[in-house]
Write a new protein. Structure first.
Length: 540
């Protein structure tokens, strides 16, 4: 009997399976197709590169010859000219990602899982999950040409993508009203690439009915798709057929139609709809969802594969914990859900803002999306700040702010938030430079709270602490030493006294190391607004 059954061999499933096999668990992965199989979603983010390294597939991905992607070129917002931004502006370690051909890319990940000890069974469709009450106990599988199998397992990872076996069976899926779009896409040969340094960028062009992607591939083909309103798209396709509908959308663009003027469609058009949803729960007793099986936003920020990879990693950490310490895993499940939603909300809020800040086009598509954001009950600024986890805007975030036409109060609010962070960073630096840090006293800011909580460690959850603030209700994880430091800083104790109590009894080297770490923790927490402003914690 396997310890873990994984349903689906896409990026989420192969990542979770590989990580779990490396922890020594017996993992069986069922995939209904035989790879290489077709899949949409070619444009990747550099944020995924560390996951490829962790999985041990970066060399194989490089060797496959996929085009390196340096950034994105966009026709969006007030400027109808094409403008570009590059990952190298904000990501020095990984200044490029890839434009992949998914059949080959997904096969590399799945073969790697097999190579790392996962039993991969292709052509095996999972029919449903076996339950004892609310506990998942295995799966029922249809092998090719053979009788059905019942496969018991201690844990089930559902990475079945849009099929969402558990999500649908347990009615966990909620459609996401913010992105009720439809995509019609095709592959072209002979399309002209963008010039110069943009030649391997994704092009995103907004137009009257929605927006287009154009992704150059190393096979010489170009993936081109229109994202339009789902109702208008369905009506248009019903009336004209997908070919004529797509041709009419292309004709309504400036840049995309120029790139395709000598191109020939060689595959498609394909139509996809109803892809945006969220699950009300992403884990339970004996089961966990990862990737599209849990949530899917919208393809605008090319975030799908990245979320699938990070969710696969996170799910593996939860399962690894559950197989070792079921009690801790039960406590860690809400944290898994919180971390999952945090990553998902990041891209969702960004996409909402981006859709709602395209002010230049007056049409049903854009007006409806601007209205939707305006009617959103929660303050968009708060939602956005939560979504970017209090970090200064980078990459797509910065582009949204700089180049979109976000509501002025939103931009002002965000600037105010970032200014406060910069001010606190400068205050802390002054304190260090003047040598006054040791004598300073800090106290937790109003509303900040340290609580015991499972935190994500190395491929497992561990018992630890978080400090929650108004801006970070999900909590900033603290190591046990950091939690002791925060507890010691009660407004009466100086930083030197708190650090001295922390390192008491340690060898000299260890004490020096911990004291240095404590200063860094203090700096991070100060900038995060965990402590009172400096004025209230001035030196004696
Ligand atoms: P999948 O890749 O879908 O893998 C799920 C696997 O489960 C499949 O292989 C399937 O065969 C298998 N399966 C399903 N049911 C069963 C069953 N019953 N038994 C056994 N196996 C089963 N993402 C990007 O990163 N960049 C992009 O440019 C991009 N563009 C997109 C454009 C559009 C229009 C859409 C809709 C999505 C796009 N995405 C993009 C999203 C991306 O395709 C997905 O988010 C990503 O593939 C999710 O990976 P996954 O492993 O969760 O699911």
């Amino acid at each position: 009997m396997p310890d873990v059954v994984v349903i689906g061999g896409g990026p989420a499933g192969s990542t979770a399976a590989t990580m779990l096999a490396r922890q020594g668990w017996r993992v069986t992965l069922f995939e209904r197709e035989r790879f290489p199989r077709e899949h949409i979603g070619e444009s990747l983010l550099p944020a995924s590169m560390p996951v490829f390294e962790e999985l041990g597939v970066l060399d194989a991905i490089r060797a496959a010859g996929f085009l390196p992607k340096s950034g994105a070129s966009m026709v969006w917002g007030k400027d109808r000219e094409r403008w570009s931004w590059y990952f190298s502006e904000t990501n020095r370690q990984y200044p490029t990602s890839f434009q992949v051909w998914r059949p080959d890319f997904d096969k590399i990940l799945l073969d790697n899982a097999r190579g790392k000890g996962v039993e991969v069974l292709e052509g095996h469709r999972v029919l449903d999950v076996l339950w004892e009450g609310n506990r998942a106990t295995g799966v029922r599988v249809a092998p090719p040409g053979g009788p059905e199998l019942r496969v018991p397992a201690r844990y089930v990872v559902d990475a079945s993508g849009q099929s969402g076996i558990i999500g649908r069976a347990r009615s966990l899926r909620q459609p996401d009203d913010s992105f009720q779009n439809l995509a019609v896409y095709a592959y072209y040969e002979g399309a002209e690439r963008l010039p110069g340094p943009d030649s391997t960028n994704i092009l995103i062009e907004s137009f009257e009915n929605g927006w287009f992607w154009a992704i150059p591939l190393h096979t010489g083909r170009m993936s081109v798709g229109a994202v339009v309103d789902h109702r208008l798209g369905q009506e248009g396709i019903r009336a004209a057929g997908p070919d004529a509908f797509l041709a009419a959308q292309v004709a309504a663009t400036t840049h995309t139609s120029h790139m395709l003027r000598t191109a020939k469609m060689v595959s498609g058009p394909h139509v996809l709809r109803d892809w945006s949803y969220v699950s009300t729960e992403v884990s339970g007793d004996g089961w966990v969802l990862a990737g599209d099986a849990a949530c899917f936003i919208d393809p605008l920020f090319s975030s799908g594969v990245h979320l699938a990879l990070t969710a696969g990693t996170l799910a593996a950490a939860l399962v690894n914990t559950a197989l070792r310490d079921p009690q801790l895993a039960a406590e860690a499940r809400p944290v898994y859900q919180q971390l999952y939603y945090q990553q998902y909300s990041h891209f969702r809020e960004l996409a909402k803002l981006f859709y709602s800040s395209n002010m230049s086009i007056d049409s049903y598509f854009w007006e409806a999306r601007r209205r939707l954001n305006a009617e959103d009950g929660a303050s968009p600024r708060q939602a956005f700040i939560r979504a970017v986890a209090g970090q200064p805007p980078r990459g797509y975030e910065r582009v949204v702010i700089d180049r979109g036409e976000a509501p002025p109060e939103f931009v002002a609010g965000l600037a105010e938030f970032n200014d406060a962070r910069s001010r606190r960073a400068a205050e802390f630096a002054r304190l260090v430079e003047s040598g006054a840090l040791g004598d300073a006293r800090f106290a937790l800011a109003p509303g900040a709270l340290v609580a015991a909580s499972p935190v994500l460690g190395d491929m497992q959850f561990e018992r630890g602490f978080v400090v929650r603030t108004a801006h970070r209700p999900e909590g900033v994880p603290l190591s046990p030493a950091a939690a002791r430091l925060v507890a010691a800083l009660d407004g009466t104790t100086t930083v030197d006294e708190a650090i001295a109590s922390l390192v008491a009894g340690l060898e000299e080297d260890a004490a020096r190391h911990l004291a240095r770490g404590a200063a860094t923790v203090l700096q991070t927490l100060y900038i995060e607004g965990v402590f009172e402003p400096l004025a209230a914690a001035a030196p004696r």
